[in-house]
Design a protein around this ligand. Structure first.
Ligand SMILES: [Zn+2]
Length: 457
């Protein structure tokens, strides 16, 4: 009896080991295939350099929809289709200009860019004294008396002591998102916000801002960090200096756009879906390379890898190019609405939107048990320097799927360089490393392979 039990235990252990071995062999083949094929990198090059920055509602966004649809159609997938969404259509207009004029220091042009969805200045621009603040408390203390008719200069720098740079961004994004309406409450006529980057340079970094409808809509721009530092220095001995800015951005009527979707149908559970995606729209100062051309081409690459290695998934593997992450998240919301309305069953959803840097792991939005279950696979990823499996947030596009009982997962990457390019004129193809991109694709493909093979228990 004892012998029998020992035998049973042994066979179970051997079986488990074999499964692990075959999983690691498949993963090795996925990494090998990803690292020796340039398709994803070439796709990114085309998206960035031939189509370029892709503001939702723009002709470039429409071109990216068409391009990704044709690309997926050419891959021999089982299904390729689109989901219609109405999106904001904001245009930047002429290149923004700004200058500082001081009786003490002279005058100097500075680098600015309009914040996303800001109103423009009058046609001749706008000139006023400028007041520096670093907190909402400071703004409140200055009040109407000292702010009415002036420009407010939000100059809180991102905290360099955060190792996870996303935390520094999270702490300071309020200036960009809500600064204009907060300042308008006290009669300010415009805001200038320090670019949200850890770089000290002349690059400008845009991003969404939102108006509180109960106060006046005033123009909002970002200024480069070097120019912000200079302005701050000049203000120390000339608080009456004048800031001039000219922008011609404006909001046009909403326009129709699309999520683009492609699938390899599941061989056993075709109605159970594992979704992987990124967002196809981007800011347009740069080329939308790290944010989030990378996530798009990596997600497409997952399906290409499955095809190349002839891996027949049990569940349907679906790639989604989400539209409009940067503005109103209409694509992600639409996707979730369709899933909910049709009771479509998902096994997991995965998003890549943290830049094309070396993958470090996965952030998992799921129950503690599910996080523990997925984290069991960590050992299989360690040979690829992918080690960080933890409970946490996922992605903006898959976020609306929260609460449907399946895990939402984000690819984690090394965050040190992300805010060099984030939303800036620095987010360009030449700043993407091919191998880091490929390692990301292989990591996502491996996780999807494991989820498909073993399921989520
Ligand atoms: Zn993004």
């Amino acid at each position: 009896m004892k012998k029998l039990l020992l035998f049973a235990l042994l066979s179970f252990t051997i079986g488990f080991t074999n499964a692990q071995q075959s999983d690691s062999a498949v993963m090795k083949s996925l990494f090998n295939a990803a690292l020796s094929n340039d398709t994803a990198y070439s796709n990114l090059e085309y998206l960035c350099t031939k189509i370029g920055g892709r503001l939702c509602g723009s002709p470039q966004a429409a071109a990216a929809v068409e391009w990704s649809k044709q690309l997926l159609k050419g891959m021999g997938l089982d299904t390729v289709y689109t989901q219609s969404v109405m999106v904001h259509h904001w245009v930047r207009g002429e290149k923004e200009t700004a200058s500082v004029t001081s009786k003490v220091h002279g005058s100097k042009d500075v680098n600015i860019c309009a914040l996303g969805e800001s109103v423009g200045t009058p046609a001749d621009g706008l000139t006023a004294e400028i007041v520096e603040v670093k907190s909402l408390d400071q703004l409140k203390k200055l009040g109407k008396k000292q702010l009415a008719g002036k420009i407010v200069f939000f100059n809180k720098a991102m905290d360099p002591t955060f190792v996870n740079t996303f935390e520094a961004y999270g702490d300071d994004a309020w200036q960009r998102v809500h600064g204009a309406s907060e300042a308008a409450k006290y009669g300010a006529v415009a805001v200038v916000v320090r670019s949200l980057t850890l770089s000290n340079d002349y690059s400008t970094h845009t991003g969404i801002m939102r108006y509180d409808t109960t106060v006046a809509k005033i123009p909002a721009v970002a200024i480069s960090t070097k120019d912000a530092d200079m302005l701050s220095e000049w203000l120390k001995d000339d608080y009456e200096l004048l800031f001039h800015m000219k922008t011609s951005c404006k909001m046009l009527p909403e326009t129709e756009s699309f999520n683009v979707i492609g699938e390899i149908k599941g061989s056993v559970y075709p109605k159970e879906i594992i979704t992987v995606g990124g967002h196809i729209d981007s800011w347009e100062l740069g080329q939308g390379a790290h944010d989030d051309g990378i996530g798009c081409v990596q997600s497409i690459e997952v399906l290409r890898l499955f095809k190349e290695l002839k891996i027949v998934p049990k569940h349907t593997i679906r790639v989604v190019m989400f539209m409009d992450e940067e503005s109103a998240q209409r694509g992600g919301k639409k996707y979730s609405r369709v899933v909910r309305a049709t009771n479509e069953k998902h096994v997991a959803a995965i998003e890549s939107d943290e830049g094309g840097f070396s993958p470090s792991g996965f952030s998992i939005d799921a129950s503690t048990d599910t996080v523990a279950m997925i984290s069991k696979w960590k050992a299989l990823f360690l040979p690829y320097n992918v080690w960080n499996f933890e409970k946490g947030g996922s992605g903006v596009d898959i976020g609306p799927l929260h609460g449907l009982g399946f895990p939402l997962i984000a690819l984690r990457t090394d965050p040190q360089r992300y805010f060099i390019s984030h939303h800036g004129n620095t987010d360009t193809f030449d700043r993407v490393d091919k191998r880091e991109l490929q390692l990301g694709s292989a990591s996502i493909a491996s996780l999807i392979y494991l989820i498909d093979a073993e399921g989520i228990k």
